[in-house]
Design a protein around this ligand. Structure first.
Ligand SMILES: Cc1cc2nc3c(=O)[nH]c(=O)nc-3n(C[C@H](O)[C@H](O)[C@H](O)COP(=O)(O)O)c2cc1C
Ligand SMILES: C=C(O[C@@H]1CC(C(=O)O)=C[C@@H](OP(=O)(O)O)[C@H]1O)C(=O)O
Length: 388
C-alpha cells in the first residue's frame, strides 16, 4: 500500500491517491470526514480554519461502500480558493496586480528560501503553496483509510498532546486507549491533563498576543499490533525506522522517540529493557513497555508508544530578520495570518501517519487482494505466535 498527495494550499483542491488497498474493505465518506474534521479543531489555529470545512469526495476505487482493489482517489476542496483564483494563476503572469503580490521575502524556518534556490523560483509563492501544512489534510485522508483497515483487525491508534511550550500533561498513564481518545477529543488543546491543558491555552494566548508561536510534543499510542511485524534483516524493513521517517516528514516535526526515547541514554540497561514473561493464555508478553513496543525493528506485541517533537510555527507576527531575494535588503518579516500553535491539530496528523505505516506493514507482511483473506491470514498468524 502506498499513497501520493497533490495540491496547493490555496489551489482548487487536495488529491490523495492510495494504491494497494485490498478489495471488499467497507469504506464510506464518513470514515474519512471524521478524521478530517478532527484535524481542523484545536486551540491556537489561525483564521484559515474558519474558512475551510474539510469534507472528502471519493472519486475512484469505491462502489456501494466497498473498495474495489483499484486506486482510491480522495478529493478535499479548498474553500479558500475562491479568494485566491487570480493569485493562483487564473490571470496572465504579466498581470500587474499579480506581479505586485510576488513573494520575495523568505520566512526563517519555512521552506521559502531553500525552495526558491532549488527550483529557481523568484516568486516564493511557488514554494510556500506546496510546503504549507495544508497538505496534511490529504495525508490524514490516507491515514483514515489505514485506520479503517486497522479497526477491522483489532488495532487502535490515538494521538494527543503531551507538551506545549514546556507545559507537560501528567498523571494519565493509567488511562485506557478508549479513555485517552475520549478525553483528548473533549480538550481544546487535545491533551489528557485538564489542569495542564488550561496552562497550555494560556501560554498560546500569550504567545499570540506577543506575535510569537509555540511548539510541543505529540504522543501516539497504538494497541493491538501482533509481535514480529517489521523485520530486523534490512535497514529499510525496520518498522520503527519507517514510523520515525513518517513522523519527521510532518511539517515542523523535528524529532521522534519510542518509549523512554532519549531518557534511555541516562539509565542502566536493567532499567530500560522489558523482561519477558509467558503464560498459556497470552503466550509471550512483557512486564513493562519501556521500549515503546519495538525491538530489532519489529513489534513486541506491546502497545507502540511514539512521540514527535514539533517546533514552533515559523510565520511570526513578531518580525524576525531576513533578506529580500530581489533587493537583497534586510527586512523584518510582516505577515497576513498564521497559526500561533498547531500542536493539537498535529496530534491528529501524527496519529494518521503512524496508522498508515502500521496498516502498510501488516499488508506488506500478509499481502492479500481480498480484505477477508488478509483478516484471516492475520488471525492465523496471531494464533500461531500465541501458541509458539
Ligand atoms: C497542522 C500544521 C499547521 C501549520 N500551520 C502553520 C502556519 O500557519 N504557519 C506556518 O508558518 N507554518 C505552519 N506549519 C508549519 C510549516 O508548515 C512548516 O514549518 C514548514 O512546512 C517548513 O517545514 P519544516 O518546519 O518541517 O522544516 C504548520 C504545521 C502543521 C503540522
Ligand atoms: C491550511 C492549513 O494550514 C495552513 C498551514 C500553513 C503552513 O505554512 O504550513 C499556513 C497557514 O495557511 P494560510 O496562510 O492559508 O492561513 C495554515 O492555515 C490546514 O492545516 O489546512
Amino acid at each position: 500500500m502506498r499513497y501520493l498527495t497533490a495540491g496547493e494550499s490555496h489551489g482548487k483542491q487536495l488529491t490523495t491517491i492510495i494504491e494497494g488497498v485490498p478489495s471488499h474493505l467497507p469504506l464510506v465518506n464518513d470514515d474519512i470526514n471524521q478524521s478530517l474534521l478532527r484535524r481542523q479543531k484545536g486551540y491556537g489555529r489561525g483564521r484559515r480554519m474558519q474558512i475551510e470545512k474539510d469534507l472528502v469526495e471519493i472519486t475512484s476505487g469505491v462502489r456501494h461502500g466497498y473498495t474495489l482493489g483499484s486506486p482510491i482517489t480522495l478529493v478535499v476542496k479548498n474553500d479558500d480558493f475562491k479568494h485566491w483564483k487570480n493569485i493562483m494563476g487564473e490571470s496572465p503572469v504579466d498581470d500587474p496586480e499579480e506581479v505586485k503580490r510576488k513573494i520575495t521575502r523568505p520566512r526563517p524556518g519555512h521552506a521559502d528560501l531553500n525552495g526558491a534556490l532549488k527550483y529557481r523560483h523568484r516568486d516564493m509563492r511557488n514554494v510556500l503553496e506546496r510546503s504549507s501544512a495544508r497538505e496534511t489534510a490529504a495525508r490524514v485522508a490516507a491515514g483514515a483509510v489505514a485506520k479503517k483497515i486497522l479497526s477491522l483487525v483489532g488495532v487502535d491508534v490515538v494521538g494527543y498532546v503531551k507538551e506545549i511550550a514546556g507545559i507537560q500533561a501528567k498523571g494519565y498513564e493509567h488511562l485506557t486507549l478508549e479513555e485517552r481518545k475520549h478525553i483528548s477529543e473533549n480538550s481544546p488543546v487535545r491533551t489528557l491533563d485538564d489542569e495542564a491543558g488550561k496552562r497550555m491555552m494560556a501560554a498560546i494566548d500569550l504567545a499570540k498576543k506577543e506575535g510569537d508561536s509555540l511548539g510541543g510534543i505529540v504522543e501516539v499510542v497504538a494497541a493491538g499490533m501482533p509481535p514480529g511485524i517489521g523485520s530486523h534483516v534490512h535497514y529499510d524493513r525496520k518498522l520503527d525506522a519507517k514510523i520515525a521517517g513518517s513522523v519527521v516528514s510532518i511539517n515542523a516535526f523535528k524529532g521522534v522517540e519510542f518509549g523512554l526515547g532519549f531518557e534511555a541514554a541516562r539509565r542502566n540497561g536493567s532499567e530500560v529493557h522489558d523482561e519477558i514473561l509467558w503464560n498459556e493464555e497470552k503466550g509471550f508478553y512483557r512486564k513493562t513497555n519501556r521500549l515503546g513496543g519495538f525491538e530489532g525493528g519489529m513489534t513486541t506485541g506491546m502497545p507502540i508508544v511514539v512521540k514527535g517533537v514539533m517546533k514552533p510555527i515559523p510565520t511570526l507576527y513578531k518580525p524576525l530578520q531576513s533578506v529580500d531575494i530581489d533587493t537583497k535588503k534586510t527586512f523584518e518579516a510582516s505577515i497576513e495570518r498564521s497559526d500561533a500553535c498547531a500542536v493539537p491539530a498535529a496530534a491528529v496528523v501524527m496519529e494518521h501517519v503512524v496508522a498508515f505505516e502500521l496498516a502498510k506493514a501488516l499488508l506488506d507482511q500478509f499481502p492479500h487482494d481480498y480484505f477477508p483473506s488478509f483478516q484471516k491470514a492475520l488471525n492465523d498468524y496471531r494464533e500461531e505466535v500465541r501458541c509458539f
